[in-house]
Design a protein around this ligand. Structure first.
Ligand code: AGP
Length: 610
């Protein structure tokens, strides 16, 4: 969840570290800090509560120049956000550590270090790591060996970067359960938890594997694997354009990313469909072999990605006739499973680093599933590297914590997958052509939904003073209602719940009054008449309705009913198009409420802890 950046250079690294932290702020943003090796041979540390801007101000006031440094932006796990708990953590005045992840056995380690005379100044698990390495350094007088010995005592997940004033020309890093990448420069090298952090200084990256440890110097990077054998990790070039990490003309990343959807949905289908067919080979050279005898699909994901999986279940069962189960990763990984023969295990994750999803995948690989497949947006992620078959979404980096374009491109990729699977299960050429035509139509339909932006902005005023709201949908539009409610709650902090509309009278209807706005997505499909009856039930109790529908739904605005029309779309692709107005609604409500849209409180973009 936290962000790490570091540099070993010939030039002053403070600016590089600060820029890197700004770019990593999406991972955590309750405090930030850096430690640099000063030319006086001292480790100079600056830490501030709040966002990276506060650290930048502090650094500007008391610059601490240095050519080797490590820095961190924090998302609190152990201990409140405070200066004392902010990273880097030090042991004495000479060793500094930044850490991403969780050390599970930190209490027993802390007790034993206290008994050895080490004093603790924070509530964090990370400070234990600092003292543990220092303890080993006193025995070995070698930072690399000290980190190696100390990490052998750690249980949990971590990425670490360590520097020591006695060895001022390098940084030692290691990875176990949390991502870490090395940026390769010319006469300088860098480290970060995400390559985005380093794009201003390099586009060449080496990805550490689980268990790897590296000695990073200005002119060399030496990596050893978990068996202490020297290894080379290939250097790859960053694929997305640098602009993707900039807001451009938009006020927020979230708005920019909402507007990018027409383009990135197209990019996700490009090269994978003809005018009438899905090119199975383009989903992976082994796709045909892996999909051939699939008899069940088990989808695992978290949050927004889970909602994408829920939509996919409707598609997979309707179009491919293959049973499909969907479960959140944090539940799946902690229960016993009955695995049906020939089950495809499918993980969906924007980041590809979500701890629960990765843990579920690793269990699944040992458990006898037919194959592990991933739908992911980050090519270099652990999820991609550990799966047998991968369909990359082409959303480009998503910076806003609230997922938008990642979701609609996941749905697009899932529909491609569904059609390919369905072709093995009797989908006719004519139906395939109809679905592919619907995929081709998506970018312009999403653009048409975006045209509602001004009208939705006006509508959003009705939500600003509300504390609760209800989202309704039926069939494959129910997960869209869930996603709309998640968007509203995470960025506007308004309590939002979603229900399949048919469930209303089984309890939630009791909540409905004029203070409870009810949002619904109502395309003209075979559930529309039933949905309309559910909406009557709401209106009869004084509930104000906000309905997104197409012209064919034959719904019009009247007292207490606000209808926003979007063009008619194919029922299968409706979940993708109808997501867009709900994203815009959440966005405008949050802007009116003045919340931090791109970095909502208590959240982080990449959830690399359990
Ligand atoms: C939603 O807006 C959030 N960003 C969150 O629910 C997210 O989808 C979830 O944490 C899963 O992340 P992943 O797709 O990177 O695995």
């Amino acid at each position: 969840m936290c962000g790490i950046v570091g540099a070993v250079s010939e030039r002053d690294v403070q600016g590089i570290l600060l820029e890197g932290l700004h770019r990593l702020e999406y991972r955590g943003y309750d405090s930030a800090g850096m430690a640099v090796m000063g030319s006086d041979g001292q480790v100079n540390r600056v830490r501030e509560v709040g966002k990276v801007a506060a650290l930048a101000d502090a650094v500007a006031t008391t610059p601490s120049r240095g050519i080797v440094g490590i820095a961190h932006t924090r998302w609190a796990t152990h201990g409140e956000p405070s200066q004392a708990n902010a990273h880097p953590h030090m042991s004495g005045q000479r060793l500094a550590v930044v850490h991403n992840g969780i050390i599970e056995n930190y209490i027993e380690l802390r007790d034993s270090l206290r008994a050895d005379g080490f004093e603790f100044t924070s509530q964090t698990d990370t400070e234990v790591v600092a003292h543990l390495i220092e303890q080993q350094f006193r025995l070995t007088a070698d930072l690399y060996k000290a980190v190696q010995a100390a990490t052998s005592k750690l249980r949990g997940a971590y990425a670490l970067a360590v520097l020591h004033a006695d060895e001022p020309d390098h940084v030692v890093v290691c990875r176990e359960g949390s991502p870490l990448v090395i940026g390769v420069g010319i006469g300088e090298n860098f480290i970060a938890s995400d390559q985005l952090a380093l794009l201003p200084v390099t586009d060449r990256f080496m990805f550490l594997e689980e268990g790897d440890m590296a000695d990073v110097r200005r002119d060399s990077v030496k990596i050893r694997d978990r068996d202490n054998a020297p290894v080379e990790r290939p250097i790859s070039r960053f694929e997305h354009s640098m602009d993707s990490a900039d807001k451009g003309e938009y006020r927020h990343f979230m708005l920019k990313e909402i507007y990018e959807q027409a383009r990135v949905i197209k990019a996700t289908t490009e090269g994978r469909i003809t005018k009438t067919r899905v090119l199975e080979q383009a989903l992976g050279t082994d796709a045909g072999k892996l999909l051939e005898n699939v008899r069940h699909v088990q989808i695992i994901a978290c949050g927004t990605s889970y909602h994408a999986g829920m939509v996919a279940r409707y598609w997979i069962e309707e179009l491919a006739g293959v049973p499909c189960s969907v479960e959140v990763a944090s539940e799946f990984r902690y229960r016993k499973h009955v695995i049906q023969a020939d089950t495809l295990f499918l993980c969906i994750s924007q980041s590809g680093e979500t701890a629960d999803t990765l843990a579920a995948l690793r269990q699944a690989k040992k458990a006898g599933f037919r194959a592990a497949m991933a739908i992911c947006n980050v090519p270099s992620s652990s999820l991609v590297r550990e799966s047998d078959l991968v369909i990359m979404t082409q959303a480009g980096p998503e910076i806003g914590v609230a997922s938008t374009k990642a979701f609609t491109t996941q749905l697009t990729a899932l529909l491609l997958f569904t059609i390919a699977l369905a072709k093995h299960n009797g989908l006719s050429d004519a139906k395939e052509a109809e679905l592919v035509e619907a995929l081709h139509a998506l970018p312009s339909q999403v653009a048409a939904a975006l045209d509602l932006d001004d009208a939705i902005e006006e509508l959003s005023a009705a939500f600003v003073d509300k504390h609760h709201s209800l989202f309704l949908g039926r069939g494959s539009l129910f997960p869209v209602a869930l996603e709309g409610a998640l968007k509203l709650k995470e960025i506007s902090y308004i309590h939002a719940e979603a229900y399949p509309a048919g469930e209303l009278k089984h309890g939630p209807l009791a909540l409905v009054d004029s203070d409870m706005p009810v949002v619904t997505v109502a395309p003209n499909n075979d559930m529309l008449e039933k949905l309309k009856s559910n909406l009557q039930e709401v209106r009869a109790r004084g509930g104000e309705l906000f309905i997104f529908a197409d012209g064919e739904s034959r719904m019009t605005s009247e007292e207490g009913i606000h209808v926003m029309q979007i063009p008619a779309v194919h029922p299968i692709t409706a979940p993708i198009v109808y997501t867009v107005p709900l994203q815009l609604l959440a966005y405008h409500v949050a802007v009116l409420k003045g919340t931090d849209v791109d970095q909502p409180r208590n959240l982080a973009k990449s959830v690399t802890v359990e």
